[in-house]
Write a protein that binds this ligand. Structure first.
Ligand code: SF4
Ligand code: SF4
Length: 367
């Protein structure tokens, strides 16, 4: 039985978050002494944006973990998709540098790697992850958001950031369709799972619609935690109003392992309204349902979902150029449609909302 604690937390007030995090650990039967040392805190540091933008894990959660485990040696690290931008800018914008100072924690870069074997389908891949995992347990600190490629980003998806720099983009280039990428993500999670000590989800303010970076903020008012990332994400789907069956990587994990038996403790899960999914997400998922394939092949040229640059917003910062796994964006920010695999990494990293998802009439109609 997997225990998942769901605790009300209505704001990012430091004392309220600290009390909620202490309660999550306690409900999961965890004492301060059981929290490992050293411990890598892995927030979602997708973009160099301030906490109030709701794109990244709020630093109050990191400080609350420190308060719950005062004697653990703590490191804070994540590897954003855009490895060209100095990571110090992320630490400053996200509030992690000042939090680390107050916590006595070290900010770390993922600049050396060890290789893990990931069995995805018929092939086994060697995937680099931060070398810190050799001796350090991970406390996963995801931000609950919708995601244009995977439907949801929470505990399982947040662990993808343990892969350093552009290797993440290269994997997007290798696993082109949402289903293929989600299948890889499920396999990667199985390989990395033993190194993850706990997952503590920032579900106080969440992002719906065009997540993970351009969506709409929604106040949910929870902190959720547990040892099993799949179980935690299933509970978060309920809280957020996303049918778990529509999140392909959770689906693949459940197909292989069966749904985990979950004991929800704490304040319980009351059904809220359904979350708004990212533009085009349902269509891209549908496009991989076998019965629709012949039809969609026929109308394939009419069925288009692709990134488009808004030149008025674009500052030519080059973040999208650097992250594109197919070198499909020129330095003048023109997208080569023939090279583009529609992974939407560019949409994810753009700090200015200058990339939107364009849908053809058919795609809009089927959404
Ligand atoms: S589209 Fe966005 S990420 Fe790309 S150069 Fe313009 S502002 Fe930067
Ligand atoms: S242009 Fe954007 S969507 Fe297309 S391959 Fe590059 S990063 Fe992916």
């Amino acid at each position: 039985m997997e225990t998942v604690a769901v605790v009300r937390c209505l704001s990012y007030d430091a004392e309220e978050v600290a009390a909620a995090v202490r309660r999550v650990f306690s409900l999961c039967g965890m004492t301060a002494e059981q929290i490992p040392s050293p411990l890598l805190l892995k927030p979602n540091m997708l973009s160099a944006r301030p906490p109030e933008d709701g794109v990244t894990t709020h630093p109050a959660l990191l400080e609350a973990v420190r308060a719950a485990a005062p004697s653990s040696r703590m490191l804070i690290g994540d590897s954003p998709a855009n490895a060209e931008r100095p990571i110090e800018q992320y630490w400053d914008a996200c509030g992690y540098r000042s939090a680390a100072g107050r916590m006595g924690a070290s900010l770390v870069k993922f600049d050396s790697a060890l290789v893990i074997e990931v069995s995805a389908g018929s092939e086994t891949l060697s995937v680099p992850v931060t070398r810190l995992l050799k001796e350090t347990a991970v406390l996963n600190l995801p931000k609950l958001k919708t995601h244009g490629l995977t439907g949801l980003t929470c505990s399982v998806k947040n662990l993808y950031g343990l892969i350093p720099g552009y290797h993440k983009s290269m994997l997007h280039g290798r696993f082109v369709t949402p289903d293929d990428f989600s299948r890889f993500l499920a396999a990667y999670y199985r390989a990395i799972q033993p190194r993850v000590f706990f997952s503590l989800v920032d579900a106080v303010t969440v992002m719906e619609g065009n997540g993970p970076s351009s969506g709409t903020l929604r106040h949910l008012g929870y902190i959720v935690g547990g040892r099993n990332c799949l179980a935690v994400d299933i509970v978060c789907c309920k809280l957020f109003g996303i049918p778990r069956r529509s999140v392909p990587h959770l689906n693949f994990l459940m197909e292989e392992e069966g749904p985990p038996e979950i004991a929800i403790v704490g304040d319980g899960v009351s059904g809220g309204r359904p979350a708004r999914l990212p533009q085009g997400f349902s269509v891209r998922t549908l496009s991989h349902l076998a019965p629709l394939r012949p039809l969609l092949r026929l109308v394939g040229t009419l069925f288009v979902i692709e990134p488009e640059v808004n030149r008025r917003r674009c500052t030519k910062c080059q973040a999208c150029v650097q992250v594109c796994p197919r070198d499909a964006i020129s330095r003048q920010i023109a997208i080569n449609r023939k090279r583009c695999i529609r992974c939407l990494c560019c949409f994810e990293v753009c700090p200015n909302r200058a990339i939107r998802v364009r849908k053809s009439f058919l795609a809009r109609t089927l959404t």
